[in-house]
Design a protein around this ligand. Structure first.
Ligand SMILES: [Zn+2]
Length: 317
């Protein structure tokens, strides 16, 4: 009797393991707002230190990362600043990939198309040369705020402009409000509140795990399978401390880290996208809106805890 039970247990365990083995769990990591969020508040010395820490953690995790740069952040008082360009060289020397996130982080929803396109080109100014001197190519583009225009005409015009300039648009599937935690974390650092820093860090990891699970279930609901994901986070102090732990949680959830190119090779990214709403949202929801999914499809998205939003001075996500 006992041996039958053991055999049954063994069989059910192996079928669970087998089932887990067939689930696709792959994610590419992208970091926006390089060289660093809130760059203006840090001394040159601090900037080197935080950047070195982020890169050290990225190397520890050993997964490819594409960092998206805002040209304006390479300037001090309106002039390109070698010490800030050096931060990009640190990324390139570490073998990481850099992309264009426009010069001034303007929204495609808020400025005329021509102004937006000029901002894309202005974003290339020093970035392209720096990337090419590092033996790489500038080919990836990320829309600021993930906003792509309030009409299909605007969206298509920008899409075509990017294509004409040999850019590959990098969408986001695992969208989240990590930036709120990062803003709160910088405040906690400023007020030397190690207790608050730890609390924010712990909440950040819990929240990101909930988001990862949420987008996996949204992908399953829309595609009937878990697509290759693209995660968005930002270059900031929070990730200089927590990036490795965040990736540990992602790994423990069964995910393998892949390149942006591998992520984009998933046919899901060829899905029709007619979204022209105001939000900067996950491409999974853009595709779902295009497919006219009902309200019930979009429920239960995890949100940042109230105390984090209050501490960061953010009204709502
Ligand atoms: Zn951004």
């Amino acid at each position: 009797m006992l041996s039958v039970r053991i055999i049954v247990l063994f069989l059910s365990l192996s079928s669970v393991l087998l089932a887990q083995g067939t689930v696709n769990r792959k994610v590419a990591v992208t970091m926006d707002d390089l060289p660093l969020q809130r760059i203006e508040k840090f001394s040159t010395e601090k900037l080197y230190g935080i950047t070195a820490k982020i890169i050290e953690k990225i190397k520890l995790v050993n997964a490819p990362v594409v960092g998206f740069v805002n040209g304006v952040k390479l300037q001090t008082e309106g002039k390109y600043d070698e010490s800030k360009i050096d931060l990009l060289k640190m990324w390139l020397n570490a073998g990481l990939t850099l992309g264009n996130h426009t010069y001034a982080h303007k929204s495609a929803n808020a400025v005329p198309v021509k102004e937006y396109e000029e901002d894309i080109l202005k974003g290339e100014a020093v970035l392209k040369e720096t990337v090419e001197n590092g033996g790489a190519e500038l080919i990836y583009f990320r829309h600021p705020y993930l906003q792509t225009g309030r009409s299909l005409e605007v969206k298509n015009e920008i899409d075509n402009f990017l294509k004409d300039h040999n850019y590959i648009i990098v969408p986001v599937t695992i969208d989240n409000s990590e930036w709120i935690f990062a803003s709160a974390y910088d405040k906690a650092v400023d007020s030397n509140s190690t207790g608050m820093m730890k609390k924010i860090g712990d909440e950040y990891l819990r929240y990101m795990k909930a988001k990862l699970d949420y987008w996996e279930s949204q992908s399953n609901a829309l595609f009937g399978r878990n697509i290759n994901h693209i995660l968005l986070i930002h270059a900031n102090t929070l990730n200089s401390e927590y990036y490795d732990q965040l990736c540990g949680i992602i790994k423990d959830s069964g995910y393998k880290f892949i390149s942006v190119d591998e992520a984009l090779s998933d046919p899901a990214y060829k899905s029709e996208d007619n979204f022209k709403g105001a939000g900067g949202i996950s491409w999974i929801h853009r595709w779902a809106i295009t497919q006219k999914k009902g309200k019930e499809f979009f429920g239960n998205e995890p949100v940042a805890p109230d105390f984090i939003m209050k501490y960061a001075g953010v009204e709502s996500e």
